[in-house]
Design a protein around this ligand. Sequence first.
Ligand SMILES: *[C@@H]1O[C@H](CO)[C@@H](O)[C@H](O)[C@H]1NC(C)=O
Length: 307
Amino acid sequence: MAAILNLDTFQVWWLILCMAYMMLNLQVRVHGQMGETNSYPTSFLTNYASGSDGQHFRVLNNGQQAQLILDEYSASGFGSKYKYLFGKIGIRMKLVPGDSAGTVTAYYMMSQTARHDEMDFEFLGNVSGQPYQLQTNIFAGGKGEREQRIFLWFDPTADFHEYSVLWNKRQIVFYVDDTPIRVFKNNKQSLGMDYPDSQPVGIYSTIWNGENWATNDGWVKLNWTHAPFVATYEKFNVDACLVVNGNTAPCIQAAQNNWWEQSAYQTLGVHEVDQLNWVRKYYLVYNYCTDRGRNPTPPAECALNVL
Ligand SMILES: *[C@@H]1O[C@H](CO)[C@@H](O)[C@H](O)[C@H]1NC(C)=O
């Protein structure tokens, strides 16, 4: 081949090297899409900080990944350095593997006021081989008690998956990767109900001992001989409106220009409606709307938070 193309040895080696490099690159890219090799350049430290000590919090790979560690000495957590109002806020997580019964790994957005707003993902661990439950909840103006729980359609300890919230003036949509699992509409006008539309929120994640309620309603306790319990995170960029010096006006008034307020994001798309129905049909474990013990008549918003 070298003779035909009239290349000298150096050129041949160079060609082989380049081809190997290209193939390697291709593989990395394909892997990246599979969610195995991370390619999220934003460092943990750009947007987040942790007050936990080195035994309970670790930054890995130049800040591209971070870990929270729960053991018998301490729970653990991190939070955003800044506050946000509206946007698409998410992170990629790989949950505690093996026996995670009794652990709760929470990822949430919350304002710090007396009548606070909050959007929660809470992952309830389980004994080895048994499925996690994902509980979501929404607080508006200090009122919560809107729990829903689902099983996931994959093992959340095997790979990273993105858990995110699309949050605009019309609706809040909880996503697992690209699948909507829950919708909460702005029912301010129709029902006079509070909706998170004015309070800036911080973004937090914590891991803690929830053995009194988490696994099979508290019947399965946390087993410390299996500690430490480690959750891993990546993708630390935040696509949301930054509130500077507590001034929310730019996020509220100028919001119409932001992508998450555009008409495509004001309701679910046709495909998303199918996805949400699929989740509700096959993966829903608990829904406050249908818990007659707790709510003899379903809360008014339930009928409106359909799609
Ligand atoms: C744990 O596993 C049991 C048995 O499969 C299941 O009933 C339960 O819903 C699972 N999740 C939690 C959080 O208890």
